[in-house]
Structures are given as structure tokens and as C-alpha cells.
Ligand binder design. Structure first.
Ligand code: ATP
Ligand code: MG
Length: 238
């Protein structure tokens, strides 16, 4: 097998006496979509923060395309090609949808004004948000804000995206649009790590699932196997 795009090895992250991640290891292959599951408080968002450089692990290492990124600051990791969304979208509320994406293209990727505007328009088109481009972010609905988060991520032209609960807060009727957008992201050759509680989204959007509980990996495998795994059922319902 070729070198993984992302390799998490033996990562431990403590907050005071709380061990949020405990000797966690797994790989993601290029072009794969991997789901990260686990009950509330399992450590999923903490792992995203560690990968993105927002938290430094107490021990262990993260490699991206073979290079250690564990000690790099978030903006350097972003420039290398890893972009993330937030569990709660954090747009600039007084900027338009387009301006929000322009900011990501300028600062995430270092583009000048004109190329950033062109890139941002193209991304909004691709996501199906062109009609909303001049609306202020504070006036946008939940689904539009979630898609805007994705647009911001794509504008930085990442190789790997870390998506934290993009389906949370969406209605059943809005899910197909999100799934369609995730398929487009994958068809652009972008590798995906997806945190998701909505099982139908997980089952349709990923090739493989890693399950963590209390910061430890308890299962890893194809979505169907994971749904039948006794340790997973126990962690969720036990
Ligand atoms: N900055 C922090 N300071 C202290 N404790 C934290 C911090 N961030 C997370 N934690 C704790 O670490 C544990 C894991 O939290 P995390 O947010 O990673 O869980 P999660 O799996 O994303 O949960 P959810 O499904 O509810 O989003 C929790 O006990 C949480 O309270
Ligand atoms: Mg979380």
C-alpha cells in the first residue's frame, strides 16, 4: 500500500486530569473517506484540533504526506493542505457569503484579491450557493451556513478536509443535498475525515469508520461491520 496521506501515531492529549485522547493510532489513505464515530465527549473534536494544530498532543505524532506536522502552528498545517470545519459554523457574520469564502482563499491559500474572488465564486457555484453570495452570513439558514463552511474549506484547496458534524441541525430533507456535496468534494480528489452522528450520512459518505470511546480506539472497519460491532453498540447504548 502507498504511504498514508495522514498517519496518527500514539496520540495522547490531556486536559488537566482528563485524558481526552489515549494512545490513539490510525491511518488515512489518499482519496479515502474515513468516518470518526464515538459517543459525546469521546474525543472526536479534540482529535480534529490536534490534527489541525490547534492543540499540541502530550505525546504521539501526526504525519501528513510522510512529514511530521505535530509541532507546526495551525496556519502552516493549513498551507500544507489540511482544512477543517467547525462543529458550530464560525463565519464572519457581517460579511457576505462570497466575502467569507474570499477570506478563506486569501488567507488560507495566500491568493491576491482578484484571484481569490474568482476562486471564491467558482467554489460557491460548485456548492450550489451562487444565489446566496451577496447575503450576509448572519441572515443565512443552518443548511446554508453548513454549506458555506464547506465552501470556505474548499477555497483553501486542501488535500485533506476534516469535517466536524456537518449534518448536525439539518432536516431529513436537507441531507441528500449535503451527501451530494460530499460526493462532489470526493470527486475533486480530496481525502475526507468526517465526524458524524447521523448514521445514514456516515453509511453513505465513508469507506471506513474508526470508533473511539473515552479517547481510545475501540473499533475500525467497513461501515457495515462497525454497525454490528458489539463494542460499538456497547459504547453507544451500554
Ligand atoms: N479545551 C478543553 N479544555 C478542557 N477539556 C476539554 C477541552 N476540549 C475538550 N475537552 C474535554 O475533552 C473530552 C472530549 O471532548 P470532545 O469535544 O473532543 O468530544 P467529542 O467526541 O467531540 O464530543 P461531541 O460528540 O459532544 O462533540 C470531553 O470530556 C471534553 O469536556
Ligand atoms: Mg465534538
Amino acid at each position: 500500500m502507498s504511504e498514508p496521506i495522514l498517519s496518527v501515531s500514539g496520540v495522547t492529549k490531556r486536559f488537566g486530569g482528563l485524558v481526552a485522547l489515549r494512545d490513539l493510532s490510525f491511518d488515512i489513505q489518499r482519496d479515502e473517506a474515513v468516518g470518526l464515530m464515538g459517543p459525546n465527549g469521546a474525543g472526536k473534536t479534540t482529535l480534529l484540533n490536534v490534527i489541525a494544530g490547534e492543540y499540541k498532543p502530550d505525546s504521539g505524532a501526526i504525519r501528513f504526506n510522510g512529514n511530521f506536522i505535530t509541532s507546526l502552528p495551525p496556519h502552516k498545517i493549513c498551507h500544507l493542505g489540511i482544512a477543517r470545519t467547525y462543529q458550530i459554523p464560525q463565519p464572519f457574520v457581517n460579511l457576505t457569503a462570497l466575502q467569507n469564502v474570499v477570506v478563506a482563499a486569501r488567507f488560507g491559500r495566500g491568493l491576491g484579491k482578484a484571484p481569490a474572488e474568482k476562486e471564491a465564486s467558482e467554489v460557491l457555484d460548485m456548492i450550489g450557493l451562487s444565489e446566496k453570495k451577496d447575503a450576509l452570513a448572519k441572515d443565512l439558514s443552518t443548511i446554508t451556513l453548513k454549506l458555506l463552511e464547506l465552501a470556505r474549506v474548499l477555497a483553501s484547496k486542501p488535500e485533506l478536509v476534516l469535517l466536524d458534524e456537518v449534518a448536525a441541525g439539518l432536516t431529513e430533507a436537507e441531507i441528500p443535498k449535503l451527501l451530494d456535496t460530499l460526493r462532489k468534494v470526493r470527486s475533486m480528489g480530496i481525502t475526507v475525515l468526517l465526524i458524524e452522528h447521523v448514521i445514514s450520512v456516515m453509511m453513505q459518505a465513508v469507506d471506513r469508520i474508526v470508533v473511539i470511546n473515552e479517547g481510545m480506539k475501540i473499533a475500525e472497519g467497513a461501515p457495515k461491520e462497525i454497525m454490528e460491532d458489539k463494542k460499538v453498540i456497547e459504547a453507544y447504548f451500554g
